[in-house]
Every structure is written in C-alpha cells, then in structure tokens.
Design a protein around this ligand. Structure first.
Ligand code: ZN
Length: 398
C-alpha cells in the first residue's frame, strides 16, 4: 500500500511491536492492542512556513504528517473548520478567551469525517469492498459518505435511539444500515456477530480504535487549532468524549507538533462526559488506568452514550499526561450551556454543550486561569441535534 515517506509503521500501544501497515488492517496481530502510526520526522521538512503555503484543502493540508499521501486520500474537503471566538462565554467563565472549534462545519456535520477520510483510504488500499462499524449514529453517516466517495459498500449498526438525521443520511449516501433494538451496546453486539459470520469474511472493520486510522485522523483538529491561533498553543482544549477519538487524537497531535518542531507546548486536554454515562470520569476519579463498563447509561446526549469506551485507557493517558481533568456534566447543564452558546450565535449541539458545561465546572473549580485561552470542541452540528435542544427550551416553557 502507498504510504508517506515519513511513516515508520504501526506501533502497538500495549506491546510496542511495530507492524507494516499492509499486514495490520486492524489491531496488533501479536497482542490485540490498539495500533497507531509512528513517524520519522527527520524524513520530511514540515515548517510553519511550508504549511502557510499549503492550500486549504482538508486534512490533505497536513499530508506530510499523515500515513497516506495527499493524492491517494479519499477526501471530501473535511477539516479547516471555523475557530469561533465567544467573548460573552469567556466573560462568564472568567478566562482570557473562549473559542469554539466548530466541527459541525465538516462535510457530514461531524468531527468523525477526519477519521473516516483516513480509515476509508486505508480500507481501499487494503482492497476492501465493504466497510462496517457499530456507531451511535454520526460516524455511520460519515463512513457511508466516504465509502460512497471511494466506491465501497458500507454497513452501519446503529441503535434505534440514534438521530433521525444520521439514520436517514446513511441511507441517502447509499450505505446499508442495521437498526438494532435497544441501545449502543446492542448495536455493538449485532456488529460483532455479523463480523464473525463466515459469509461476511471480506468485511473491513472501521469500529472505534479497531482501525488504526480514526484516532489518527482526529489529530488534525489540534494541528488546525494551533495554526489558527498563529502558533500559540491554547491553555486548554475540552473534548466531549464517547470512545475517545477526539482527545486521543489531540494527544497524538501535541506529541507530533513537538517532535516535528512546530510547537513546544501541549494544551491541557480535558475530557467531558454526560454524568450519567461517564466511564472515563469515574476511572480518573478512582485513579484507575482503564475504564470499566458503565452499568446504566442514561443520557439525552445519545452521541456520547458509550458505556465501554474503546479508547478509555488512552483518554486517561491524555488527561494525566497534559495536566487535564475528566469532568461529568448533567444533561440539563449541557443543554443550557449549548443554548447559551447558540444565544451568542454559535450553533453548538447538545454534544458540544457537554464540553461547555464541563468548562463551567472547571472554571468554578479554579482549574482555568483568568488569562487562559480555552478551546471548546463542538463535535457535531447543532442542527443535527435540533430536537433535543428544542425540547430543552420547551421544558423551560419557552
Ligand atoms: Zn501488541
């Protein structure tokens, strides 16, 4: 398969073995650990100046820091999303500045597009004809779009509670869908049973952290943020977290920015979860190195209702390594915070509101400084979650 000159291979986060990408389409062949690309930064010369002369053409802009060259990427011009200042919310928090990194501006309205671009590229390079994944919804829509772009079939396993938009658009992109009665764990079970079926032996898994490339694609978010801030590294980045792609991606990005000499510091990476489905927060509070299954997930924020995060241990690493916190937010606080940012004109989703509410908690706890630059990631477009936002207003009698 065609890879960039800077790519060394795929390193296992558990046993440190390094594999040839051509031989490792999923997890570590030796131990089953999560794989992530590693690079030789001496092999390419990426500088602030060289990036300034690159076109704004999606994640391909950073191709020298990615596994696959620009001309082989399956791309829909994802990335280069807005970084919107929110001065009123900054005043409320008592910090220097707040920006929303609005991932709703991606092609299918979700930050998952960054990872889907790389993961579907890899699937095509592996000769796959069909990709499949379990999803709370948005990543299924995203993968359906990128698979369509690549000429591949796709199948998403989604729970019934997934948003109408995600389910409808998955089909509109020509993707197959299994709507599984129940919640997200039921969709995972249906996916695993389908993958184990001999009839489906040629399916290529794009399940969370099962492919090495979705967390890898997610790293481009922090590259952009730092460049958009004129190479000032923000003090804090708050990631609403389900499986952990976003926060793990930013951790990888911070390391790569340092190793390639593009930036010296790393932001504090904060995890935000709905308090009624908060396995990373619970593990952090208990001082554990990995997450445990959350027994009774129950949140209105369906995109984050992930009871058993595949990237849990890596998310905990990201938080602890950067001096961040893992914070739970009630559904009410999350929806109220989302509405507050919408009142400032920024179309933040309920999912994004979880991060905004967590930032309020961090500020109240004295964990944000009065000069701090704080970035709130809005992982999904507000208009994809319009029903839950509108219901919140109705409950308040508005
Ligand atoms: Zn391994």
């Amino acid at each position: 398969m065609e890879t960039t000159t800077s790519l060394d291979g795929l390193a296992c986060v558990d046993c440190d073995a390094v594999h040839d990408p051509a031989d490792a389409p999923r997890r570590c062949p030796d131990c089953g650990g999560i794989l992530r690309p590693t690079y030789d930064h001496g092999a390419v010369d990426v500088t602030r100046e060289s990036l300034a002369s690159e076109r704004f053409d999606g994640v391909a802009r950073f191709a020298d820091l990615l596994p696959f060259p620009a001309d082989s990427l399956v791309t829909l011009d994802e990335g280069t999303t807005p970084l919107v200042p929110c001065p009123a919310f900054a005043d409320e928090l008592g910090v220097g500045a707040v920006y929303v990194k609005d991932e709703g501006a991606n092609p299918t309205g979700t930050t998952a597009d960054r990872g889907a671009a790389l993961a579907v590229t890899a699937a095509r390079e592996h000769g796959a004809e069909k990709v499949a994944l379990p999803t709370t919804g948005d990543a299924g829509q995203s993968v359906a779009a990128y698979a369509a772009r690549a000429g591949l079939d796709s199948e998403a396993f989604v729970p019934t509670r997934s948003t109408f938009v995600a389910k409808a658009m998955t089909n509109v992109h020509g993707g197959d869908m299994s709507v599984v009665e129940g919640r997200y764990p039921d969709a995972v079970e249906a996916f695993e049973s389908a993958m184990a079926d001999d009839d489906n032996a040629d399916w290529h898994s794009l399940a969370p952290f099962d492919t090495p490339y979705r967390h890898e694609g997610a790293k481009t978010l922090l590259f952009e943020v730092v460049e958009q801030l004129d190479w000032e590294v923000p003090d804090a980045v708050v990631h609403p977290t389900g499986h952990g792609h976003g926060v793990v991606g930013s951790h990888i990005a911070a390391e790569q920015l340092r190793e390639s000499g593009l930036a010296e510091e790393a932001p504090a990476l904060h995890v935000a979860q709905p308090e009624d489905c908060a396995p990373v927060v619970a593990a952090d509070d208990a001082g554990e190195d990995d997450t445990e299954v959350w027994e009774r997930p129950d949140t209105l924020v369906g995109a984050l209702e992930v009871d058993d995060p595949e990237g849990g241990a890596l998310a905990l690493d990201a938080v602890r390594d950067t001096g961040g916190w893992a914070v739970g937010a009630s559904d009410d606080d999350a929806l109220e915070a989302a509405v507050t940012l919408n009142a400032e004109g920024v179309e933040v989703s309920a999912t994004g509101g979880v991060g905004a509410a967590a930032a309020q908690e961090l500020a109240e706890g004295g964990h944000l400084g009065s000069d701090d630059v704080v970035v709130l990631v809005n992982p999904v477009a507000g208009n994809k979650e319009n029903d839950v936002l509108r219901s919140h207003l109705m409950r308040k009698g508005i």
